[in-house]
Write a protein that binds this ligand. Structure first.
Ligand SMILES: [Zn+2]
Length: 132
């Protein structure tokens, strides 16, 4: 088997770093974390317009970093590989932030302005309890 040259290896190694190299995409990954998030949740968390978020979601999906799943009227996005979060935490250290500062904001919040099932879980369950 032929050993890969350094330029060949470097090309492969740069791919995930290049796909992540945008503050907007990193912000999206921080909101999703190890869970999943729909576009409306990302909108509430980041305060950006839906079209703008969708554009970055598409790029992240194309780069094979995110996968999506449809449930009812929601499309949920999740990380294909949690190692991308490790990469972001390593970047925190390199940029002079503490890993704790960054990990404390990863997918922990719910938002009053968001109506996704993650933020309003009781909306469905109360009704379904009555019918049982
Ligand atoms: Zn939400």
């Amino acid at each position: 088997m032929k050993k890969a040259s350094i330029p060949e290896l470097s090309e492969k190694l740069a791919a995930p770093l290049q796909a992540l190299a945008s503050p907007q995409r990193i912000a999206i990954l921080l909101v999703i974390g190890k869970g999943e998030a729909c576009v409306c949740h990302l909108e509430a968390a980041l305060g950006w317009r839906q079209a703008y978020i969708s554009q970055h979601l598409m790029a992240l999906r194309k780069a094979d970093i995110l996968q999506d799943r449809r449930e009812g009227r929601y499309v949920y996005y999740r990380l294909k590989n949690a190692s991308y979060l490790d990469l972001i935490l390593d970047s925190a250290t390199l940029s002079g932030l503490s890993a704790e500062t960054v990990s404390s904001v990863i997918n922990t919040q719910t938002y009053p302005s968001c109506e996704c099932p993650h933020c309003v879980p009781m909306l469905i369950s109360v009704e379904s309890l009555k019918t049982v």
